[in-house]
Every structure is written in C-alpha cells, then in structure tokens.
Design a protein around this ligand. Structure first.
Ligand code: NAD
Ligand code: DAU
Length: 350
C-alpha cells in the first residue's frame, strides 16, 4: 500500500511510546511509522515486538541529541510528521543526575525542531510534542491545571519538559512551524519500567520486598490508563488545532498511600495471600526532594472540543496491569537485572 504520510515517532520503544506506535501502526496502514529510539535503560524493543514485522513499520536506533543523524533520517525517510515522546522521564533520576535530562529533553527537542524547520517548506506537516502536567508545578488541596495555568516547574525533569514546551511554541510563533502539544497526568499500564510507583510496588509485593512510600504517602497523582493516553494522542494528532495545547487526564486522583494499599489488596487476592499480608510490607522512607504535593488535570478542553474521554475505570485498569506484570515475568526479570539493581540499591539505601 502506498504511504501518504511518514511519521517519525521518537521514544517508541519506551512505555507510552510503544503504545502509541502500536496504535498508529495497526490503525493507519496507509501511514509509514518510523520509530526512532536510543534504547536507553527505559527503552526495550520487546515492547514493540508484536508489530516489528508490520509492512508499514521500521525501527531506527538513534539519539535525538545527534542533529546530523536526525537531518539524515528526515531526508532519507522523507519524514512528513513527528510525534515526539523521547525523553528522560523519571523525576528521581533527574534529581540525582539532571544533565542527561537537559541534553535529551531540551537540546534533543531543539534538534528535532531545527531539523523539522529546515526540512519542511510548507504547512502540510505536524510537529506534535508530548508533554507532562508537571510543568504546571504543584497544587494544594483544591483546584486543577488547565491549559491557561502558568508554568511553575519545580524538578529538573519538569523544568526540562517546560523548556521543551516553550521551544515548541516559540518555533510555531516565530517560524510558523505547525505544532500541537499535549500535557498529560500520570500514566499506568503494561510495559512501564519498574522504577515508577505502580510497577515498582507490584514487583516488590511479588518478591516480598519493602514497599518504599515517600514521606507520609499523602501526595496526590491523577492516574490515566496508558492506552487512553495513546487514544488521546491519536485524537489530538488528527483533530486538534494547529498551535494549540490539550491537557489530558483521568479525573482520577489518589493519594500514594491509598493507591499502594489498594494494590496490596489486589495482589493478596492474585497471589492467594491472607488479606492484609502485603500491606505489612509498606515502609515509609525519606521523601523525594522538592516533592510536588498534588497534580490534577482539568481535561474539559479535549473532551468538549475533540470528544475524547478516558474509557477504563481505574480499579479495572489496575487489575489488568497487575495481571500483565504477573504473566510477563521474563520481561520484568530482564529489565530488573543488572543496572536496575545498582540503581535500586543506590536510590533506596537507608
Ligand atoms: P520512558 O522513560 O518509558 O521512555 C522514554 C523513551 O525515550 C525510551 O524508549 C528511551 O530509550 C527513549 N530515549 C531517551 N533518550 C533518548 C534520546 N536521547 N534519543 C532517542 N530516544 C531516547 O518514558 P514514558 O513514560 O514512556 O514517557 C514518554 C513521554 O511522555 C515523555 O516525553 C514524558 O515526558 C511524557 N509523559 C510521561 C508520562 C508518564 O506518566 N509516564 C505522563 C505525561 C507525559
Ligand atoms: O504527572 C506526569 C508524570 O508522572 C510524568 O511526566 C513522569 O514522566 C512520570 O514519571 C510521572 O512522574 P511522578 O514523579 O508522579 O511518578 P512516579 O511513579 O515516580 O511517582 C508517583 C508518586 O509516587 C510520586 O508522588 C512519588 C511517589 N513514589 C514514587 C516511587 C518511585 C513513592 O512514594 N515511592 C517510590 O518508590
């Protein structure tokens, strides 16, 4: 089938990127999908193993910090559109080592923008930047982030994502580059690297290891099923207005401690443990530096203007997520061996 668009999806071997790549490869056979990923510790080709032989799919290993390489790919593949997800994404790692976040998230995004600007001569293109609600800072007990909320990033990770958002908007205003942006809340689901709260807790419960809850566990996050995020990206990509930003969220706020206790209950049932057994593993540990108290997204704009809403209830999605991790032990063991052990010991020591 001739392809009428060639999409470069960056970070497509990561958690969210792999779900986005799968959705676009299977739903749009008339698009060619080029998945460009550096395969850092967070990227894994097994995440897209099921679609690797699709005729409209190609994987290229590469680094968005390398501008000459990006120029070559744009030219050789005749890239018409970009969905940019590649990033360093873990807040804790940005606190212990911010430079890689600055290089990939800011310089890497700037490289992609520059190459798109010099490669595209008309408006029949799209640069879609996938971002986070963390750029808005931290909420108290009340209120929500809207698209009009002022930026107030507070970790090296969120500051690097805020910088990249600003660059994307600047290229639209200054050079008329056709862009769209979305800022999403916390994702959960299959293939998430077990340094993030939900898969880390599932893995530790399974192995009867302590469950490290930061501070008092009172911080609040808004959780969204990763496939609902991928559907939202599809919706914004096709229906969103050029130059606009869309907030994406689940209307689903949980304190960390309530969420961890809920996971413990699910795991007790799945592992045939007596009720209350896994909760005994909860251990309160030193809080994250500068820990944002609460994130909550008002996703009214994407709902009213583009008709997107989340489809999966959190309790059902969480159970599906637990089932995926329990039946994909080989995947979990592969990604938690070697360097992960060193990271874990260094981060959670004491
Ligand atoms: P992830 O860490 O699971 O995956 C990131 C991917 O980017 C990996 O495959 C990695 O190999 C790749 N990558 C990293 N540096 C690269 C580089 N220099 N060049 C090319 N590839 C590189 O991240 P994720 O959770 O899937 O997040 C994807 C995007 O969505 C990020 O931009 C993140 O900021 C954003 N986001 C994430 C969440 C969330 O809850 N996880 C929520 C909102 C927005
Ligand atoms: O809000 C969107 C963001 O969500 C994304 O932009 C980030 O890429 C993504 O990593 C996520 O950031 P968080 O910092 O919210 O996610 P994390 O899973 O690291 O932590 C979720 C909450 O759980 C947070 O309040 C910190 C807490 N936590 C986390 C870990 C890893 C713990 O209490 N213990 C832990 O061991």
């Amino acid at each position: 089938m001739p392809h009428n668009r060639t999409l470069l999806i960056t970070g497509g071997a990561g958690f969210i990127g792999s779900h986005v790549v799968r959705l676009f490869v299977t739903k749009y056979p008339h698009y060619k999908i080029v998945n460009l990923d550096k395969l850092t510790y967070a990227g894994n080709l097994e995440n897209v193993g099921d679609i690797e032989k699709a005729p409209n799919y190609e994987f290229i290993k590469g680094d968005i910090q390398d501008k000459p390489f990006l120029t070559k790919i744009f030219l050789e593949k005749n890239i018409t559109d970009v969905i940019h997800l590649a990033a360093e994404s873990h807040v804790d790692r940005s606190i212990s080592g911010p430079m890689e976040f600055i290089m990939t998230n800011i310089v890497g995004t700037a490289n992609l923008l520059e190459v798109a600007r010099s490669s595209w001569s008309d408006q029949h293109h799209l640069f879609y930047h996938v971002s986070t609600d963390e750029v808005y800072g931290s909420l108290g007990a009340e209120g929500f982030f809207t698209e009009k909320t002022a930026y107030d990033p507070r970790s090296p990770y969120s500051a690097s994502k805020a910088s990249s958002d600003h660059l994307v908007r600047a290229y639209h205003h200054t050079y008329k580059l056709p862009v769209k942006l979305s800022n999403c809340s916390n994702n959960y689901g299959s293939h998430q690297f077990p340094e993030k709260l939900i898969p880390l807790m599932i893995n530790n419960i399974r192995h009867n290891k302590p469950l490290p809850v930061y501070g008092k566990g009172e911080n609040v996050r808004d959780w969204l099923w990763v496939e609902d995020h991928a559907r939202a990206i599809d919706t914004v990509f096709h229906l969103g207005k050029i130059g606009e930003t869309y907030n994406i969220g689940g209307w689903n706020e949980w304190t960390n401690i309530a969420l961890v206790k809920h996971l413990c209950r699910i795991m007790d049932q799945k592992l045939n443990r007596p009720a209350g057994e896994s909760e005994k593993l909860i251990t309160y540990v030193t809080d994250r530096a500068g820990h944002d108290l609460r994130y909550a997204i008002d996703a009214t704009k994407i709902k009213n203007e583009l008709g997107w809403t989340p489809t999966i209830q959190f309790e059902a999605g969480l159970e599906k997520t637990v089932d995926w991790y329990l039946s994909n032990e080989t995947w979990v063991n592969a990604v938690t061996s070697g360097d992960y052990q060193k990271y874990y010991e260094a981060h959670y020591k004491g």
